[in-house]
Design a protein around this ligand. Structure first.
Ligand code: XUL
Ligand code: CO
Length: 440
């Protein structure tokens, strides 16, 4: 059965097209520095936002018109698979991502839930045989059900720790079965409300133990996907343990896990943590920990996790700049962890939203590539730090000096020469690169 009858395959028609169902900038086969746009961008559709969510918010009920909602239970789960693969094909998107509960309903026991999962996973596997769309990552939703009220692997209740471990075990088996490239851990309930009732040391130790069990089990079954931690500072908990990349990295170092994990960085989580998106990407990159991206954006005026589709070209450019400097995302990709607004309730809005996101990242890719090719920003950095390429600076970075020698250098310095930071000039260079990209 078809769910998006009114939509054809979305094609690239170029910047002057007036067809709302065409790409204006994303041209999958276009070569950018030796790779196609499709290979650079590795877009993924997020199953939960696109096929599951109904548009409800804390103040109102669902609004989404979804033709598959005529079904319930396992029939609904199957209808969603049909709708999903129809959409993947029409959008030409190479990857998708899901949580366990997105694809199949929970039963009364985990045993029943797993049976439901097996049925849907084998259906997805069949669909994948005839589709070019692959699994970027799967994960376990260990945050929605009331059993996770006090956490999952960091719960005070050992039964919940066991339940969490069992769901992730199944998740790894599913990932292996479907050829998933990555497995994501977003600890939505791994945090706390108050230290008055929290043993933080035990909770963190348990989280470390849990991740070691995951690494061991993956080895045991021959799972070769990449593990990714997705940081977020808050929401739903007041304080989440994987606050940002730096905090997550310290956790991985403390528990001897850095060899087995990278980060899945979400734009809106970065801004919730008081960072820019590019800060989080950059921090991960310089530590060789940049794994994948949840491509969305927040709203400056709201300040919570609004999960909007990414349309801010400045942000997509700076994100792609980091990704290109990282020589790509390897097994990772750009997952649209983004939802249409509650008022955009028509099925076709799902297409408009993804087209907007894909076009915005295609622009970012092209502009970032030109910035790199011309060394427009790299030259600025080189000049700014030039004091370290000779004399005392060169001795510092080569670890060839010490405090007495540095004192000797400093004692009779009368004038320290500074260069301007030229911030406004740099921003206008960036604007120029953005504005000239498609006007040549
Ligand atoms: C929540 C969030 C999750 C993760 C996967 O803010 O981003 O959807 O991406 O669990
Ligand atoms: Co996310």
């Amino acid at each position: 059965m078809a769910y998006f009858n009114q939509m054809d395959n979305v094609q690239y028609e170029g910047p002057h097209s007036t067809n709302a169902f065409a790409f204006k900038y994303y041209n999958p086969n276009e070569q950018v520095n030796g790779k196609t746009m499709e290979e650079h961008l590795r877009f993924a559709v997020a199953y939960w936002h696109t096929f599951v969510e109904d548009g409800s918010d804390p103040f109102g009920v669902g609004t989404m018109e979804r033709p598959w909602d005529v079904y319930t239970g396992m029939d609904l789960a199957k209808a969603r698979v049909e709708a999903a693969f129809e959409m993947f094909e029409k959008l030409g998107v190479p990857y998708f991502c899901f949580h366990d509960v997105d694809i199949a309903p929970e039963g009364n026991t985990l045993r029943e839930t797993n049976k439901n999962l097996d049925i849907i996973v084998s259906m997805i596997k069949d669909y994948m045989k005839d589709s070019k769309t692959k699994l970027l990552w799967n994960t376990a939703n260990n945050f929605t059900h009331p059993r996770f009220i006090h956490g999952a692997a960091t719960s005070n209740n050992a039964d919940v720790f066991a339940y969490t471990a069992a769901k992730v075990k199944k998740g790894l088996e599913i990932g292996k079965e479907l050829g998933g490239q990555n497995y994501v851990f977003w600890g939505g309930r791994e945090g706390y409300e108050t230290l008055l009732n929290t043993d933080m040391k035990l909770e963190l130790d348990n989280l470390g133990r849990f991740f070691h069990m995951v690494v061991n089990y993956a080895k045991e079954i021959g799972y070769d996907g990449q593990f990714l931690i997705e940081p977020k500072p808050k929401e739903p908990m007041k304080h989440l343990y994987d606050f940002d990349v730096a905090t997550g990295y310290a956790f991985l170092q403390n528990y001897d896990l850095t060899d087995h994990f990278k980060f899945n960085i979400e734009a809106n989580h970065a801004t919730l943590a008081g960072h820019t998106f590019e800060h989080e990407l950059h921090y991960a990159r310089i530590h060789n920990m940049l794994g994948s991206v949840d491509a969305n954006q927040g709203d400056l005026l709201l300040g919570w996790d609004t999960d909007e589709f990414p349309t801010d070209l400045y942000s997509t450019t700076l994100a792609m700049y980091e990704i290109l400097k990282n020589e790509g995302l390897g097994k990772g990709g750009l997952n649209f962890d983004a939802k249409v607004r509650r008022g955009s309730f028509k099925p076709e809005d799902l297409f408009h939203a993804h087209i907007a996101g894909m076009d915005s990242y295609a622009v970012g890719l092209r502009v970032a590539q030109r910035l790199l090719k011309d060394k427009a920003l790299e030259n600025i950095l080189e000049e700014r730090y030039s004091s370290y390429s000779e004399g005392i600076g060169s001795a510092i970075v080569q670890n060839k000096t010490d405090l007495p020698q540095l004192e000797n250098h400093a004692l009779d310095l009368t004038k320290i020469e500074h260069q301007s930071g030229h911030l406004e000039k740099i921003k206008s260079v960036l604007n120029q690169y953005l504005l000239t990209e498609f006007s040549q």
